[in-house]
Design a protein around this ligand. Sequence first.
Ligand code: HEM
Length: 134
Amino acid sequence: MALGGYKIAKGCWISVFPFVTHRDPRFFENPEQFDPERFADDRAEQIPPYAYFPFGAGPHVCIGNTFAIMEMTLVVSTILQRFRVALAPGQREVEPVPDVVIRPKGGLRVTVSKRSAFAVAGTGKEGGHNTEVR
Ligand code: HEM
């Protein structure tokens, strides 16, 4: 049998790696660049079907897909309204460790500074203290 021009022997295991496809310049402009706007409505339409599949695809696609996206949006925006998160001094470049999910080797040290109530209200003013967490 052949798939995409590759011969597949009977009994072979085939795996797909979202990490690789999600960084393929055929599908994503500047794939290594952190660019959340690539998922904005007008640009997301340009992503070919099955080029972005963090929740799998097909009959076994993740049933928590939309819940997870909504939850993550709420959690991240709620935290960032209240805290500034920055890389801790001395934190080296992240080395990814492949596991069930990809994780940063040795953890990721950040500093968390509390924003003031004014910042939460959207005035742009900030205050608070630094607390290092892991
Ligand atoms: C960021 C969060 C999540 C990610 C990245 C994720 C990713 C995935 C992936 C890659 C699959 C495998 C799809 C396949 O076999 O082709 C899957 C399946 C599944 N996920 Fe998630 N998932 C997430 C959150 C959730 C949540 C919150 C729930 C439940 C509330 C959930 C429930 C399931 C179930 C039940 C399946 C099995 C579906 C089936 O085999 O028919 N997931 N998920």
